[in-house]
Ligand binder design. Sequence first.
Ligand SMILES: Cc1cc2nc3c(=O)[nH]c(=O)nc-3n(C[C@H](O)[C@H](O)[C@H](O)COP(=O)(O)OP(=O)(O)OC[C@H]3O[C@@H](n4cnc5c(N)ncnc54)[C@H](O)[C@@H]3O)c2cc1C
Length: 452
Amino acid sequence: MNQDSQTCSSTVHIIGAGWSGLTCAVTLAQADIPVQLIEAAPQAGGRARTVQYRKSFPDTLLDNGQHIMLGAYHHTLKLFKQLGIKEQDVLHRQSLNLVLYSPHSPVIQLTAPALPAPLHLIIAMLTFKNISLKDRLKLVLMLVRIRIKQFILTEDCSVAELLNHYSQSPLLIEALWEPLCLATMNTPIKEASARVFLTVLEKSFNHSRQDSDLLFFKSNLSSVFVNKALNYIRQHQGEILFNHRIKNIELQTDTLSSNTFIIHTSKQTIKSSTLVLATPAYITEKLQGQIFNLKPEQSKLKFTYQPICTIYLQYPEHIKFEQVMTGFFGILSQWAIDHRINKQPGLIAVVISSSGRHLQLPEEQLVDTIHNELKLVQSDLPLWQDYQVVIEKKATFNCTVNINTIRPDFKTSHKQLFLAGDYTRTDYPATLEGAVISGMQAAQHIIEQRKR
Ligand SMILES: Cc1cc2nc3c(=O)[nH]c(=O)nc-3n(C[C@H](O)[C@H](O)[C@H](O)COP(=O)(O)OP(=O)(O)OC[C@H]3O[C@@H](n4cnc5c(N)ncnc54)[C@H](O)[C@@H]3O)c2cc1C
């Protein structure tokens, strides 16, 4: 009991070992604050983890979905540095170059030259291949006008309404804006928040040219980050409990005016004085309800979710697409990433964000369709040798109009209870960068609290 209360007073308990929970634990461990990370799954990484799929790819580890970072992910890059992860070892950095295929249009290409921002983008727009001069000028005019307004909207609206306001043509919307919106926010343009979209544009295009770079992982997510973070936490006396699903949390009001969280996991009961919930919003909603005795209708975390489907296709090793990332419009495929940068030659990952008719297709039919669509890039593509379809049903929260009004702060009404997760109020949509920022924010606040 004595030992329990000692652990209680100094250890920070973090529930959830996704990127937000791991970041929070690493940041606290770095400040010599003892941490215990409690995770329901047998592994860490959450929605950005590496999996051994047994039926297909018996000798290859794959991520639960294709992940890409942007040069603007400054917090994630800083975290990598803190963990001794060298960017050039784990990331393939490429300046903005979008090549998009469609059966209904010639290939269009947006290439940013090596000039300072936002000049690089203006030149890219003015030289946008296979887009009419009129459309290119509309694009530049939109950029100039949103820059004058400092990327700020007084009232939120949908991305579709925003594009309409700036007279963007149907081709620009279909070939450029829709793919960008789906890739960054996983929400269709008719529903997506223009305010969040403008923030993403501001962060990626308005500062340094490198912010709009695309960063591809050279290896799987676990070996690049997750395992390194776990090692760091353990080396700093942190403890990680896997297979510990939190069933219930009670708040015990002690006589000495301090409160204790009683955490009931599937395996044991843990007492905590400082608790970080780094779980997805729908789990956090349940746990907060238990802690504060809330009725479901009192919850403020009313998010809806969007899926992401990744189709991995293994072709013979000599198959190589011209671009690391190829875009598509007007068909099911949205982006294809060539895993040659990942030392997996011949492996192509096709990403389809958000819901759509692809989710209704039988798996073999979906794979056949995608394979045929890839022939737009390489007409003599041989038949695939293996495939894996991964559908993450609740991949991200739906980043809809006025979403920021329901995103909670990392602080809660209890001064020793914190939230971390991509859904909390960071400037980003549901992304690795958002998750990392949220974990850092919660940890830094606890560090400051302990200094007082
Ligand atoms: C397929 C896919 C593709 C994506 N692509 C990109 C991309 O290209 N770029 C990008 O920036 N972002 C991308 N994202 C988004 C990114 O992966 C997420 O924003 C990020 O991983 C969220 O991290 P998190 O820590 O907030 O939440 P999570 O990763 O969901 O972590 C929560 C953790 O809590 C654990 N947990 C849940 N319930 C309990 C419980 N009761 N007890 C204990 N533990 C519990 C979970 O097991 C999990 O480990 C993608 C997501 C998916 C799914």
